[in-house]
Design a protein around this ligand. Sequence first.
Ligand code: NAD
Length: 288
Amino acid sequence: MATRTIGKVGVIGCGLMGSGIVELCARRGLDVISFEPTQSASDTGRGRVQRSLDRAVKSEKLTRAEADAALGRVLFTTDLDSFADRELTVEAIVEQEAAKIEVFGRLDKIVTSPDAVLASNTSSIPIMKIAMATARPEYVLGIHFFNPVPVLKLVELVPSLMTAAETEDRARSFAVDQLGKTVVRSKDKAGFIVNSLLIPYILAAVRMLDSGFASAEDIDNGMMLGCAHPLGPLQLADLIGLDTIKAIAEAMYEEFKEPLYSAPPFLLRMVEAGLLGRKSGRGFYEYT
Ligand code: NAD
């Protein structure tokens, strides 16, 4: 039997990742609802989507008419009840287990379609913990996008022990056929494939900087020019957000208790100082 396509998508959280998921789905012609808990956060999220679409017009990836049509397909709301008819919802709120569990508990009571897919964009939190906040864990899985969502090709699919094969098939077809992504499949272990490799590398770069081994520029140039990486590890950390790096490291440390996943004190101090990277204007580098 052919897998049914998804027409109505919900996205919870419209920050760095949520706004990218909203934009991509809208550009692909889907009906999208974007939720943020407050009007000001919703307005900020809308502004993010709008600016990214404007950049796509400027670089001639989209026409003005296509960008306007994409934005016209998105309803920005502070009312989660409007997610009742969504066929697939992606949660992209802060990387905090308790907050995600709360959102999935609410969503479970709101979404009425019995075979709707409930997905998390979590970078590291085991999907089972989130799925068990619902009465339908067989419809829950991880659909993990990468930043910037409209540009990077990868999606990690993370079925939990409880995810039904049909749910995974629908999510795969959504990511590949409808959004044009390439999918890799990971076991439900904190960090999944990419962050299990990436986070220890970034943390090692932070420890290297903190110890005075080398400057931020030299660490980043070393990896860009010596290993052909498009960004160095500290530039990448600034792009991801240092609060998100810290949260991912903590979820991985909690799962494996391995020192290589433990967030170095220097990273903790930067997050405490509000130096979160690009999104706050300063991290390992300054952004104007
Ligand atoms: P962000 O801080 O940019 O955005 C989070 C958004 O969620 C904010 O707009 C906030 O207002 C909203 N939010 C917070 N609590 C909420 C709630 N209870 N209900 C609804 N909205 C709420 O974070 P981000 O970088 O977009 O990360 C979001 C998720 O995506 C995290 O799980 C993160 O691990 C994951 N992720 C991040 C990256 C990255 O590069 N930053 C990449 C892949 C996945």
